[in-house]
Design a binder for this molecule. Sequence first.
Ligand SMILES: [Mg+2]
Length: 392
Amino acid sequence: MKITGLQTYVCHARMRNWIFVKILTDQPGLHGWGEATLEWHTRAVVGAIEDLAELVVGEDPTRVEHLWQMMYRQHFWHGHGIVRSTAISGIDLALWDIVGKVAGLPCSKLWGGPVRDFIRTYCHLGGGKMEDFYETRADDARRFGELATKAVEDGYTAFKSMAVPPTMPLEGLQPLRTAEAAVAAMRGAVGEAIDIMVDCHARPSPAMGLKFGKALEPYGLYFFEEPCWPECLEGLAMINAALTTPVATGERLTSLDQFRDLFARRGCEVCQLDLTHCGGFTAARRIAALADAHRIALAPHNPQGPVSTAASLEFGFSQPGYIICETVHDDVPWRQDVVQEGFTLERQGRIVRPNLRPGIGIEINEAEVKKHPFQQELPQRVFYQDGSVGDW
Ligand SMILES: [Mg+2]
């Protein structure tokens, strides 16, 4: 069996261009789907996949680890830069999809699953609609309460918000009170049985991240995400040690050694590896083993497209440490037209039952994808009041 070609399909979905990877083989009807979405770097990833094709076309697609080693290590440069690691991830997911199809088994079963009966999912406030999630001002507490109510009405038992405003490396009391009011409004709206998460988007400095974390402690957040830059392991470890609220991070890490250092310093309690950036299933399974040794939970980052979601679920049904699946469902109204999924979503509680189809269980509607060609992503740029550059 041989790989005969790699194709990329770019599908513009407002905030992101989803990049789907299709691996073709010389076996009639046998192909694999992966995803390599990297917002604001779409053309670079598509080019990186073209560069990697040289290494894998003509090879046996079921030798996934061998191909992963080639993609990561050959031609001198290692594959942990975000563009190439995303390209490798998309190809790796598609290779595992092929292995599952060859075996006639869902990927989770290839790895000894399913390890659970269902997976709980969580949404972004507004279901992933850009305006609701990213552009609701942190000082609009009433709106946070409304959107929280809506998430619960939609069946979710957990949701994530961006209730922490951008701040300079040091600011006073006001942004803390703003964040506190937004979280209080959400907690007041949904009660204590619902899990609330706050994503800081690595906006704060470690000092500000700690202050926000302390201010939000009384609200019992399920987790507190990226309270400072991922590069600042001392800051993450300091905040994680100082809070009862579990710190979550990992979506921007792209190699096993970065996760090793994060875990060794106890920078988090929840590892948010991204299957489309960290090196695909092959790398994710190594990262999960490391996390398991530290009893760190897994909650993969997944605001991307439908292949990424299916991949996160396959991974989750094979990993005991997996706690919840991030999802977006309302980013574009035609999301479900692009994909046929193998898993079953129960609206009440928004839980997912295992995929029964081989591989990652999805088929992409190529004609539908072609209706949404590449468009430049909308810029998301932050400047502080004094005009200096901030983090989005
Ligand atoms: Mg995040």
